[in-house]
Write a new protein. Sequence first.
Length: 179
Amino acid sequence: MKNTVSKELEDKIKKIKLVILDVDGVLTDGKIIYSGFSNDIKEFDVKDGFGITLLYRAGINSIILTARFSKSIKRRAKDMHIIEVYQNAFDKLVVYNKILRKFKISDDEVCFIGDDMVDLPVLRRVGFSVCTCCSIDEVKNEVDYITKKAGGRGAVRELADLILKVQGKWQDVTKDYYK
Protein backbone atom coordinates (compact mmCIF):
# COMPACT_ATOMS: atom_id res chain seq x y z
CA MET A 1 0.00 0.00 0.00
CA LYS A 2 1.26 3.45 -0.85
CA ASN A 3 -0.57 5.09 2.05
CA THR A 4 1.62 3.55 4.73
CA VAL A 5 4.87 4.98 5.99
CA SER A 6 8.00 2.85 5.87
CA LYS A 7 11.36 3.81 7.40
CA GLU A 8 12.56 4.70 3.89
CA LEU A 9 9.58 7.01 3.38
CA GLU A 10 10.06 8.59 6.82
CA ASP A 11 13.62 9.42 5.82
CA LYS A 12 12.33 11.22 2.70
CA ILE A 13 9.67 13.11 4.66
CA LYS A 14 12.15 14.29 7.30
CA LYS A 15 14.05 16.24 4.60
CA ILE A 16 11.02 18.22 3.37
CA LYS A 17 11.31 22.02 3.58
CA LEU A 18 8.85 23.00 0.84
CA VAL A 19 5.46 21.64 -0.24
CA ILE A 20 4.25 22.35 -3.77
CA LEU A 21 0.54 21.91 -4.47
CA ASP A 22 -1.45 21.42 -7.63
CA VAL A 23 -4.97 22.89 -7.41
CA ASP A 24 -7.62 21.06 -9.46
CA GLY A 25 -7.98 17.55 -8.06
CA VAL A 26 -5.74 18.34 -5.08
CA LEU A 27 -6.92 21.52 -3.32
CA THR A 28 -10.29 21.09 -5.03
CA ASP A 29 -12.29 18.04 -6.04
CA GLY A 30 -11.42 18.77 -9.67
CA LYS A 31 -14.79 20.18 -10.67
CA ILE A 32 -14.94 23.58 -12.32
CA ILE A 33 -18.11 25.64 -12.19
CA TYR A 34 -18.40 28.55 -14.59
CA SER A 35 -20.49 31.53 -13.55
CA GLY A 36 -22.27 33.79 -15.99
CA PHE A 37 -19.63 36.47 -15.37
CA SER A 38 -16.66 34.79 -17.09
CA ASN A 39 -15.34 33.52 -13.77
CA ASP A 40 -14.88 30.04 -12.50
CA ILE A 41 -15.91 29.01 -9.03
CA LYS A 42 -13.72 26.76 -6.90
CA GLU A 43 -14.60 25.07 -3.64
CA PHE A 44 -11.81 24.63 -1.09
CA ASP A 45 -11.75 22.51 2.07
CA VAL A 46 -11.10 24.51 5.24
CA LYS A 47 -9.23 21.56 6.79
CA ASP A 48 -6.76 21.57 3.89
CA GLY A 49 -6.22 25.27 4.44
CA PHE A 50 -5.57 24.81 8.13
CA GLY A 51 -3.09 22.02 7.36
CA ILE A 52 -1.14 24.41 5.14
CA THR A 53 -1.27 27.03 7.90
CA LEU A 54 0.15 24.48 10.35
CA LEU A 55 2.99 23.74 7.91
CA TYR A 56 3.69 27.47 7.69
CA ARG A 57 3.79 27.75 11.49
CA ALA A 58 6.30 24.89 11.54
CA GLY A 59 8.56 26.71 9.06
CA ILE A 60 7.59 24.63 6.03
CA ASN A 61 6.55 26.86 3.16
CA SER A 62 3.99 26.00 0.49
CA ILE A 63 3.69 27.02 -3.15
CA ILE A 64 0.87 26.56 -5.64
CA LEU A 65 1.82 25.30 -9.11
CA THR A 66 -1.12 24.94 -11.49
CA ALA A 67 -1.66 24.75 -15.24
CA ARG A 68 -4.90 26.74 -15.00
CA PHE A 69 -5.65 30.33 -14.03
CA SER A 70 -8.30 31.39 -11.57
CA LYS A 71 -8.69 34.62 -9.60
CA SER A 72 -9.95 32.61 -6.64
CA ILE A 73 -6.63 30.75 -6.31
CA LYS A 74 -4.66 33.87 -5.37
CA ARG A 75 -7.27 34.86 -2.82
CA ARG A 76 -7.30 31.42 -1.18
CA ALA A 77 -3.51 31.22 -1.26
CA LYS A 78 -3.24 34.42 0.76
CA ASP A 79 -5.59 33.02 3.41
CA MET A 80 -3.42 29.91 3.74
CA HIS A 81 0.00 31.65 3.95
CA ILE A 82 1.09 30.28 0.57
CA ILE A 83 4.32 32.08 -0.29
CA GLU A 84 4.11 31.91 -4.11
CA VAL A 85 1.46 31.13 -6.72
CA TYR A 86 2.36 30.00 -10.24
CA GLN A 87 -0.63 29.82 -12.59
CA ASN A 88 -0.82 29.04 -16.31
CA ALA A 89 2.17 26.76 -15.77
CA PHE A 90 1.64 24.42 -18.71
CA ASP A 91 5.17 23.07 -18.41
CA LYS A 92 5.36 22.56 -14.66
CA LEU A 93 8.92 21.26 -14.80
CA VAL A 94 10.21 24.59 -16.18
CA VAL A 95 8.53 26.47 -13.32
CA TYR A 96 9.68 23.86 -10.79
CA ASN A 97 13.30 24.41 -11.84
CA LYS A 98 12.84 28.18 -11.34
CA ILE A 99 11.45 27.50 -7.85
CA LEU A 100 14.50 25.40 -6.95
CA ARG A 101 16.84 28.19 -8.05
CA LYS A 102 14.83 30.98 -6.41
CA PHE A 103 14.58 29.27 -3.03
CA LYS A 104 18.02 27.60 -3.19
CA ILE A 105 16.53 24.23 -2.44
CA SER A 106 17.22 20.72 -3.78
CA ASP A 107 14.84 18.08 -5.13
CA ASP A 108 15.07 15.95 -2.00
CA GLU A 109 13.80 18.86 0.13
CA VAL A 110 10.59 19.21 -1.90
CA CYS A 111 7.24 17.47 -1.66
CA PHE A 112 4.81 17.78 -4.57
CA ILE A 113 1.20 16.64 -4.59
CA GLY A 114 -0.51 16.26 -7.95
CA ASP A 115 -3.11 14.08 -9.64
CA ASP A 116 -2.79 14.01 -13.42
CA MET A 117 -0.41 13.63 -16.38
CA VAL A 118 0.76 17.24 -16.33
CA ASP A 119 2.14 16.62 -12.82
CA LEU A 120 4.27 13.58 -13.67
CA PRO A 121 7.50 15.39 -14.65
CA VAL A 122 7.64 17.16 -11.28
CA LEU A 123 6.45 14.12 -9.31
CA ARG A 124 9.36 12.16 -10.79
CA ARG A 125 11.89 14.74 -9.56
CA VAL A 126 10.89 15.63 -6.00
CA GLY A 127 12.11 13.97 -2.84
CA PHE A 128 8.61 13.05 -1.67
CA SER A 129 5.95 12.57 -4.37
CA VAL A 130 2.27 12.37 -3.40
CA CYS A 131 -1.05 12.04 -5.19
CA THR A 132 -4.67 11.91 -4.09
CA CYS A 133 -6.67 8.69 -4.02
CA CYS A 134 -8.69 9.96 -7.00
CA SER A 135 -5.64 10.45 -9.21
CA ILE A 136 -5.25 8.66 -12.50
CA ASP A 137 -3.52 5.27 -12.39
CA GLU A 138 -0.46 6.49 -14.29
CA VAL A 139 0.23 8.93 -11.44
CA LYS A 140 -0.60 6.46 -8.66
CA ASN A 141 1.95 4.05 -10.12
CA GLU A 142 4.80 6.56 -9.80
CA VAL A 143 4.38 8.30 -6.43
CA ASP A 144 5.74 7.58 -2.96
CA TYR A 145 2.42 8.08 -1.18
CA ILE A 146 -1.29 8.06 -2.11
CA THR A 147 -3.61 9.91 0.25
CA LYS A 148 -6.61 8.17 1.77
CA LYS A 149 -8.61 11.38 1.42
CA ALA A 150 -9.76 12.78 -1.92
CA GLY A 151 -8.67 16.05 -3.48
CA GLY A 152 -10.64 18.95 -2.05
CA ARG A 153 -11.80 16.65 0.75
CA GLY A 154 -8.86 16.60 3.16
CA ALA A 155 -6.00 15.15 1.08
CA VAL A 156 -3.77 18.16 1.69
CA ARG A 157 -4.54 18.16 5.42
CA GLU A 158 -3.64 14.46 5.54
CA LEU A 159 -0.33 15.26 3.86
CA ALA A 160 0.38 18.23 6.16
CA ASP A 161 -0.36 16.18 9.29
CA LEU A 162 1.87 13.36 8.04
CA ILE A 163 4.82 15.68 7.39
CA LEU A 164 4.45 17.44 10.74
CA LYS A 165 4.18 14.19 12.69
CA VAL A 166 7.10 12.46 10.95
CA GLN A 167 9.28 15.56 11.39
CA GLY A 168 8.34 15.75 15.08
CA LYS A 169 6.76 19.21 14.74
CA TRP A 170 3.12 18.21 15.36
CA GLN A 171 3.10 18.75 19.14
CA ASP A 172 4.70 22.17 18.89
CA VAL A 173 2.39 23.59 16.20
CA THR A 174 -0.77 22.21 17.83
CA LYS A 175 0.03 22.74 21.54
CA ASP A 176 -2.26 25.78 21.82
CA TYR A 177 -5.25 23.62 20.95
CA TYR A 178 -4.71 21.15 23.79
CA LYS A 179 -5.10 23.64 26.68
